[in-house]
Write a protein that binds this ligand. Structure first.
Ligand code: OFO
Length: 172
């Protein structure tokens, strides 16, 4: 059974994961209209993953005697000055999500809710992976700079990253 305090904190995370999905969906749309299919495909699959993260939380809250809340979301930013800016925003957002997961872990320990603490370890591991991936992408984008040919190759290569991510990530 989750306490009211834990239920509230988990529900806030439901909203964050839902907003993450929307943020990445908006990035996918922007990349798609720029004509970069690989980057768009990568962002579409990131959006799907974030929805899975949200669902995993929803199911956990309901299974533990709470009631998952599906709330209104803040509209995401839909355009970017460059791909560099887009991936910088992605990285910043993942760091923000990691901080909120850490805060949740902290609350679960304060309340001695070891079931929730154990459940959250999946998110802790996931955030390490996602921050590392965002950092790798940013390093590549920085190397490319303004080189159009480099961006073309990156767009082709990121599809491989999509395949690896999809096959290695766990589902809820
Ligand atoms: Fe990438 O954030 Fe979910 O957990």
């Amino acid at each position: 059974m989750v306490s009211k305090n834990i239920e509230k904190a988990l529900n806030e995370q439901v909203k964050i994961e839902a907003e993450s999905s929307q943020i990445y969906l908006a990035m996918a749309c922007w990349a798609e209209v720029q004509g970069l299919e690989g980057i768009a495909g990568f962002m579409y699959s990131q959006a799907d993953e974030e929805r899975d993260h949200m669902l995993k939380l929803v199911k956990f809250i309901n299974e533990r005697g709470g009631h998952a809340q599906i709330s209104a979301l803040t509209a995401p930013n839909g355009s970017f000055a460059s791909f560099k800016e887009m991936f910088e925003k992605l990285f910043e957002h993942e760091v923000y999500v990691s901080n909120s997961i850490n805060e949740l872990v902290h609350i679960s320990l304060q309340e001695k809710d070891y079931a929730t603490h154990n459940f959250l370890q999946w998110y802790v591991a996931e955030q390490i992976e996602e921050e590392a991936m965002a950092r790798t992408i940013l390093d590549k984008i920085n190397l490319i700079g303004n080189d159009k040919g480099g961006l073309y190759l990156f767009d082709r290569d990121i599809q491989q990253l999509t395949i690896t991510t999809a096959s290695t990530s766990s589902t809820p």
